[in-house]
Design a protein around this ligand. Structure first.
Ligand code: 8OZ
Length: 369
């Protein structure tokens, strides 16, 4: 029987086990530049079958929070080189999560203090984080402006450039397109945030167009076998809303099936919250079946609130990979702890976002403890 600890492949990526470190925003990259401390943090966790970096902006316009990293400036690329080098030295595999926040931003974070961009000029009812005198402050997101259709090819191109730089310049093993959690691509998918009347709004086909163009552009640059995507069909994160997510996401995965992706990464339920949402039932087995029936061969990665028992059950039921977020944050040697069914370090919420080594690189391993 397959276990969590058995090696596998995700597209071109040979993975030592089926345990993945989920992307985790940590806000420790001043001026969007990855630091040596970040290299240490990721290298500590290199025993994961695969590490997915924290969400990383593909452009200044794609930035939505203080001190999150980018992948568009020379110093940012140099910073990431240090990270991939450290992870590879430690024997790990790492992909970078490519991110454009869309409307989940603030004018203070945008080029020339401009408005954030979105499918439609509808403000997200959510907060973002700015730094005031070095301290984090939560603020409402700014009113966005609707992107003109002529601007969309530029955004697709920006994803493609970031993917190429990620692999060729920074040494990443691949990329994950962030299609989840109410950010730009998810804003286009959903009718709660997309009220366009052009080819990018209205029908499911139109709302999925930008995401599919982005994934095709990325795969044409770096290959499908190095490309994953994250989706969150029913999350309410960042004011994400859709009147009928089941056919929407089944359409998306059917269209992705022919791109020979490394993996499809699904957040089940509310991101970082309940796995079951009584008001938003969703049939994940049907979603996976839609992908496989359409010929999709990528690894099926599940995420949200997994512990060892639930993860083993998921793998027994055919999930290929299980992504762990908070448990990995607090346990650099999570794979060993799960293997031994050892106790886990408790996460310290106060140090999740921002700060330095405390609550970041100082969680003890079993060996140290
Ligand atoms: C927590 C805080 C800020 C951003 C996501 C990138 O939810 C995020 C994020 C998470 O995908």
């Amino acid at each position: 029987m397959t276990t969590l600890f058995d090696p596998t492949h995700a597209g071109d990526l040979a993975l030592a086990n089926r345990i993945v470190m989920a992307p985790l925003t940590r806000n420790r990259a001043p001026n969007a530049i990855p630091t040596p401390l970040m290299a240490e943090y990721y290298a500590q966790r290199a025993s994961a079958g695969l590490l997915i970096t924290e969400a990383t902006a593909i452009s200044h316009q794609g930035q939505g929070y203080a001190d999150v990293p980018g992948l568009y400036g020379t110093e940012q690329l140099d910073g990431w080189k240090r990270v991939t080098h450290a992870v590879h030295e430690a024997g790990g595999k790492i992909v970078v999560q490519l991110w454009h926040v869309g409307r989940v931003s603030h004018t203070d974070l945008q080029p020339d203090g401009g408005q954030p961009v979105a499918p439609s000029a509808i403000t997200a009812k959510t907060k973002t984080v700015l730094l005031k005198d070095g301290a984090p402050v939560f603020v409402d997101t700014s009113e966005p402006r609707a992107l003109k259709a002529e601007e969309l090819p530029g955004i697709v191109h920006t994803y493609q450039v970031a993917a190429r730089n990620a692999v060729e310049t920074c040494g990443f093993d691949g990329v994950e397109v962030h299609g989840a959690n109410g950010y730009l691509l998810d804003q286009f998918l959903r009718d709660g945030s997309n009220q366009r009347t052009d080819d990018y709004g209205g029908s499911i086909e139109n709302r999925a167009r930008l995401l599919l163009e982005v994934v095709r552009a990325v795969t044409s640059a770096i290959g499908g076998g190095r490309t994953g995507i994250r989706l969150s069909p029913v999350t309410p994160a960042n004011d994400a809303r859709d009147s009928n997510p089941q056919p929407l996401f089944e359409y998306v995965v059917r269209e992705l099936a022919s791109l020979n992706l490394a993996y499809i990464h699904i957040i089940e339920g509310a991101t970082g919250g309940p796995r079951e949402l009584p008001d938003a039932p969703f049939d994940y087995a049907a979603l996976k079946a839609a992908y496989r029936t359409a010929g999709g061969k990528g690894a099926w990665m599940v995420n949200n609130g997994y512990d060892k028992a639930l993860a083993e059950k998921a793998v027994a039921n055919g999930a290929d990979l299980v992504a762990f977020g908070v448990p990995f944050l607090a346990n650099p040697d999570l794979v060993e702890r799960l293997r031994k069914s050892a106790a886990l370090n408790a996460p310290d919420k106060a140090t999740f976002y921002g700060g330095g080594a405390k609550g970041y690189t100082d969680y003890p391993t079993l060996k140290a403890a």
